[in-house]
Design a protein around this ligand. Sequence first.
Ligand SMILES: Cc1cc2nc3c(=O)[nH]c(=O)nc-3n(C[C@H](O)[C@H](O)[C@H](O)COP(=O)(O)OP(=O)(O)OC[C@H]3O[C@@H](n4cnc5c(N)ncnc54)[C@H](O)[C@@H]3O)c2cc1C
Ligand code: FES
Length: 361
Amino acid sequence: MSERPYRRFIVESVIAESESAKSFHLVPGDGLPLEEFRPGQHLPLRLSIPGRATPLFRCYTISNYGDPFYRLTIKKELPPPDRPGTPAGLSSSFFHEAIVSGAVVEAKPPSGTFWLDTAQQHPIVMVAGGIGVTPMMSMLEALARAGAHRPVYFFFALRHSGDHVFKTRLHEIAERFSGLRMKVFYEQIRPGDREHFDYHAVGRIDVLGIRAELPAGDSEYFLCGPSGMMKAISDDLLAHGVRAERIRTETFGPSSVALRQLISSDESAMNAFQQAAGTTVTFARSGVNVPWTGETPTLLQLAESNGVEISSGCQYGDCGTCMTRLLEGKVQYLHPTGARPDPGFCLPCSCRPDGSVVLDA
Ligand SMILES: Cc1cc2nc3c(=O)[nH]c(=O)nc-3n(C[C@H](O)[C@H](O)[C@H](O)COP(=O)(O)OP(=O)(O)OC[C@H]3O[C@@H](n4cnc5c(N)ncnc54)[C@H](O)[C@@H]3O)c2cc1C
Ligand code: FES
């Protein structure tokens, strides 16, 4: 896999989609056509945020399909309710507060393995939680555009109507696309919310509640939302006899901060970092050679703290964005990864060196 360069995009327009999310329409700054993508894929971005010494790398799903622009729909990540003093999400705040029409952002070509094969005909079940709807939105747009008659069961869970992105567009698609059955869940009802129009059920989605509405036979399941919701639903689907290979999931990943806390609270992982101390890590293309002291939990964080640029997205081994060629040595993974590194490559966000290593970065 050769390194693919970043390309400049101009933000053509910014559209408020809900109380918490905005869409950003991106057109190529070089006037050349957009690169093709599969519905469900994302763009790896490199953001230069004023006041930050190093760029920030984040992934955002392309939430449209078939238009002459990429649409990114970004939810502003607020501090966790139990940590009111912590800063809001860096990249999402930057988009919401600083990115206006005419701004320039840099993105690599679309990537990711969570995409829908529109040529197939089997039924599809989509379960989206909150902003996790963005890949499903692209898939629905692609199916509607292709005039598909394929059965699609779309379950959409939201906290409340204030988070309800794409409501009008989803109604339009449902009117035109006869195969689509849509069910929206609100956790809380607000005054003025209309049952059977804005929402269809109150509470959280669980498999028991939707089992009677699921298609019989072989279907493909796409799940994207908060990790707790996805785990509960995939566990229940497996318990109900759905084969693991028919369940596709995408997680938008814990923040790097949360991930660092998660990893540092794991004693056995910390022991493992210590054991590897004394080895060296070489980032060959950057000409950087540093000792592995175990102070940073992953090779990605070691790269970042030494000014070596490696694109990243989920930072949890799921999106494949950080895949880097391992020129010499071996690595150990801290947890099972959803993305499968190609032979000779590794996922630096989720591994540490097992002895001295040389990376093509
Ligand atoms: C493949 C993929 C596709 C994605 N698609 C989308 C999409 O379509 N739309 C979308 O909105 N997002 C999407 N994401 C998520 C997105 O990439 C970002 O992770 C998200 O926007 C949060 O990034 P941030 O920089 O704003 O937040 P971060 O700065 O990473 O912070 C995340 C959270 O941590 C909190 N935090 C900050 N400091 C601390 C601390 N010390 N302790 C505890 N908590 C703290 C912040 O308040 C915030 O709530 C996608 C992710 C992936 C991997
Ligand atoms: S950043 Fe997603 S796999 Fe490494």
